[in-house]
Design a binder for this molecule. Structure first.
Ligand SMILES: [Zn+2]
Length: 145
């Protein structure tokens, strides 16, 4: 390894790709599609994206998935993402209402209760329903090109 001054040692890599499922905007655009190549390579693709496997050169086109089926999945995911947000907004609204009516003490009761209720009742039921909903969704066999 050649010697280099510290300010040159770190090569900046282009930030082209983000890894994982938290790519910004995927909630509205739809979830990534996990494609597994016949050689074992895996990749998360966006709907409509085409990927050429680096190992074996096969081409995978997510455009083969029928649009209405992907749309159903997108909607299911979105629907289940909305509930925690709505719950948070409702709790916040009630907290603000109590604060404005001078009931600050109630806020200190409400917030722990609401948090507890979320983790004990709402979230487990929500998860069960979500799991059932995504279990009913189709998966596809893509054909390499
Ligand atoms: Zn491959």
């Amino acid at each position: 390894m050649p010697l280099a001054p510290p300010w040159r040692r770190r090569k900046r890599r282009p930030k082209r790709e983000r890894i994982g499922h938290e790519e910004p905007g995927w909630i509205l655009r739809g979830p990534p599609i996990a494609v597994t190549c016949k050689c074992g390579e895996k990749r998360d693709l966006r709907y409509g994206e085409v990927w050429r496997c680096e190992k074996c050169g096969k081409r995978w086109d997510t455009g083969q998935i029928p649009a209405e089926q992907y749309e159903a999945i997108r909607r299911t995911q979105l629907r289940f993402r909305v509930l925690p947000v709505v719950y948070g907004l409702v709790v916040a609204a009630v907290a603000i209402f109590f604060s404005l009516t001078g009931n600050v003490f109630s806020v200190f009761v409400l917030l722990p209760m609401a948090t507890l209720a979320w983790f004990v009742f709402v979230q487990p039921a929500h998860r069960r329903r979500y799991r059932r909903a995504i279990a009913g969704l189709p998966s596809w066999k893509l054909r390499p090109e």
